[in-house]
Design a protein around this ligand. Sequence first.
Ligand code: UDP
Ligand code: MG
Length: 312
Amino acid sequence: MKLSLIIPCFNEAGNVRPLFDKINEVFENKINDYEFVFVNDGSKDETFKNLKEICESSSRPVKVVNFSRNFGKEAAIFAGLKEASGDLISLIDADLQQNPEYVVKMVDYLDENPEYDCVTAFQEKRKEGAFLRFCKRRFYHLINKMSDTEFVDGASDFRTFRKAMKDAILEMSEYHRFSKGIFSWVGFNTYYMPYAVDERLSGTTKWSFWKLFKYAIEGIVAFTTVPLKISTYTGFFTSLASLIYIIVVIVEKLAFGIAVPGYATIVVLILFLGGLQLLALGINGEYLSKTYIQTKNRPIYIAREIITNDKK
Ligand code: UDP
Ligand code: MG
C-alpha cells in the first residue's frame, strides 16, 4: 500500500461523503494505491452510519475505527496511525478545510526528495480574528522559549510522512498527546509547505477559546518542565529578598527603636507571597495530575468495533 489517509471525525455527518468523493476525484490518475482510515471519535450524529455506507459501497480499501466515546482528535490520530498500513501516511481533517490537492503535492514532494520524511502544511497567514492570532503568536513564543522541542507557528496537523516516522510516533505512548510537540520531538526532516485553509463545508469548529487555552497549557506541561523551575527560582529570590528585609527591620529596630507599624507592607507582602505560593502549588499540581493519569496506564482510546471492506 502506498498511502494511508487518516481522517478523524467528530460530528462530521455532512462532510464525510463529500470528502471521500473529493479525494477520489482529485487522486484520479495521480495516486492509485491508497486506503482510507476513518476514525469516528464518538460522534453524536449520523457520522458512523455514513462511514459504514462508504465502507460497504467503496471499491477502495476503507477502514472505520469506531470509538466507544469521544476521546479527542489526538487519540483519533493515534488510533488511525495504528491501523494504517501504507508506506506514506496523510493526516487530513474531515471538514474539507484542507484541500486534498495538497496531499498529491506532498506525496510528489516525498517521492522526489528521499532525504525528507515529512511534509507539513503550513499556514503563512492565519485567517482568524486579531485577538486569537495574537494569543497564538504569544503561545508559540513562550513555549519555544521554554522547551527544547521546536514549535513552528502556523504548522498544522495536515501532513504526510513516511512509515518510519509513524512507527516513532506510535512508540510514544503518553496519554496526554500534544501532537504538534510529538511530531517535532521525534525529529525527521520536515518540509513546510505553504497552504491556504478553506471554509468548513458543514458543521462548526470544535475549538472554543477555553478549549484552546486548556490545550495550550497541556502543550506546555507535556513538553517542558521549566514552569516547575520558575517556582523554585521565584521562591529562592523572594526568600533572599525577605532575608535582606529582616536584616533591615532588625537594624531599624536597634537603631531607632520600635518602627511605625507597617500595615501596608504586611498586607502587600502577605498577599504577594500567598499568591506566589498558590501559583507554585498550582504548577506543581498540573505536573502531578499528568503524572498521576499516566501512571494509571489507561488506554489512549477504546474502539467499540473496527469495520473494513479490505478482504486481505
Ligand atoms: N475532531 C475529532 N475529535 C474531537 C474534535 C475534532 O476527531 O474531539 C476532528 C474533527 O472532526 C475534524 C478535525 O478533528 O476532522 C479538526 O477539527 P475542527 O475542524 O473542529 O478544528 P479546526 O479546523 O477548527 O481547528
Ligand atoms: Mg476544521
